[in-house]
Design a protein around this ligand. Structure first.
Ligand code: FAD
Length: 426
């Protein structure tokens, strides 16, 4: 690879933009070229299913960096074209518009694409997917025109979209094939709480119902569910997951995870090709907390891997990735999660777990023996921060003290850890 050539960042999204900024703040004063398939400068995707879906004034407020940042930092941002081929050995890339780019190091930050239902393809009348600002604008206009919506998929994205649509006054039906919500991401006790919360807001939730068939509909979208029920609405949002965008990496001969399809990276975000790094939704990484290789689709992971990749590209030491953290705003609640869910954990409630009411507020604490491994905070993000050290350091603690709401959490954390100080840590 030509060592005086710029660093090439492929994908102008969360990870790409964060990596570019990190390269500059770590002192890299050489060239940075960032190529992005969308026409917009990098923007944050979390608001797309929340504030942006409800209010067009938000469209201008979601930039990862301020508008002038890229020019000020000498970052050569090339938008509206994609990198179509990559030759890691020669250090060259070619774009759809014909330009060729030589690079010294390269970061793949290509994100992912919405998984599609073949019977409800993108572009079909009444059918929406939600990944980009363009998608959000299209869906926002449709939600304003119509009075009801079918949301196919009860994952984070489906629930956020359902929640925004319901708050806008639409009749909303959520169809989820699994017997409970967020089956792989949260324990059953929290799935049940979410289902109650969803229903308490007047959303029609169909759990354990797959799509049996999609009969032709002249006006909108019709579906027949596996329980025999027939539904119809003028629009449907399909939110059934994400495929990592790894086609470019595959064609360039990089190793992909055979199961999850992500670009395999090590703890420094290095791929199998020297000089080529990857970060964000497109990657597959070994996560010690999960004890296996996983794909993390989260804002925090994109930022953490971008920071780590930037440091690795420059050969600079940096702190390892923080414990996985995720947040979502939905159903009138801010929900945050820290650590790794695991079916063997035993969950305990701190606070009032009632699902109805204006502002539920509680913590769910997932314990492996005396160790806190996973915590879910509903409208209690500040409390969650106080648990970070216990999870990161796997400190043995007394759960009886932790769940005691008569004691302020800060004191409970201190005393719970002190009570079992000296116990073996794994
Ligand atoms: C609607 C929505 C809501 C979300 N809400 C939350 C939330 O509440 N909390 C949370 O933690 N996370 C949330 N996320 C997830 C979070 O936004 C993503 O994890 C994060 O954006 C991933 O960043 P990324 O850089 O890997 O990918 P992206 O931000 O998707 O950026 C990838 C970019 O690369 C471009 N690209 C792909 N291939 C090429 C190519 N060959 N050449 C050039 N450009 C290319 C794409 O067009 C895209 O612009 C949400 C995501 C969505 C879509």
């Amino acid at each position: 690879m030509p060592q005086d050539a710029p660093i090439l960042i492929i994908g102008a999204g969360q990870a790409g933009a964060t990596a570019a900024a990190a390269l500059r703040s770590l002192g890299h004063d050489g060239g940075i070229v960032m190529v992005g398939g969308e026409v917009h400068a990098p923007y944050e995707r979390p608001p797309l299913s929340k504030a942006v879906l409800a209010d067009e004034q938000q469209d201008e407020r979601i930039g990862v960096h301020a508008a002038g940042f890229y020019a000020e930092q000498g970052i050569d941002l090339r938008l509206g074209t994609t990198v179509t081929s990559l030759d890691p050995g020669r250090g060259t890339a070619r774009c759809a518009d014909g330009q060729a780019i030589a690079f010294s190091r390269c970061l793949l930050a290509t994100g992912g694409r919405a998984r599609t239902l073949p019977a409800l393809p993108e572009g079909m009348a009444g059918v929406h997917y939600l990944r980009s600002l363009a998608d959000a604008r299209g869906l926002r206009a449709a939600l304003r025109r119509e009075r009801s919506v079918l949301v196919i998929g009860g994952g984070f994205l489906g629930l956020e979209t359902a929640s925004t649509a319901r708050a806008a006054g639409l009749a909303v039906t959520v169809i989820e094939a699994a017997p409970r919500l967020l089956q792989r991401a949260v324990p059953a006790v929290f799935s049940d709480w979410l289902a109650q919360r969803v229903r308490s807001l007047g959303i029609d939730l169909r759990l354990g119902c797959g799509i049996a068939s999609i009969p032709p509909a002249t006006n909108g979208v019709a579906v027949t569910l596996t329980d025999g029920s027939a539904l119809h609405a003028p629009l449907a949002v399909v939110a059934i997951g994400l495929h990592p965008d790894a086609g470019l990496a595959r064609a360039a001969g990089l190793a992909l995870h055979p199961g999850n399809g992500g670009i395999q990276v090590d703890a420094h975000c290095r791929t199998s090709a020297p000089g080529v790094f990857a970060a964000g939704d497109c990657t597959s990484q070994y996560q010690p907390l999960f004890g296996q290789e996983v794909r993390l689709e989260s804002w925090q992971n994109a930022n953490e891997q971008a920071r780590i990749a930037a440091a690795a590209m420059l050969g600079v030491e940096t702190a390892p990735a923080a414990v996985p953290w995720f947040w979502t705003d939905q159903l009138g609640c801010n929900i945050q999660m820290l650590g790794a869910v695991d079916p063997t954990l035993c969950y305990t409630l701190r606070g009032n777990g009632a699902a109805d009411g204006d502002a539920p507020r509680f913590l769910l604490l997932g314990m492996a023996g005396a160790q806190l491994r996973h915590a879910i905070a509903v409208n209690a993000g500040g409390d969650l921060r106080q648990l970070r050290n216990l999870i990161e350091q796997r400190t043995a603690c007394d759960i009886g003290l932790l769940r005691n709401t008569a004691m302020p959490l800060k004191q409970a954390v201190r005393e719970a850890a002190a009570a079992l100080a000296g116990q073996t840590q794994s």
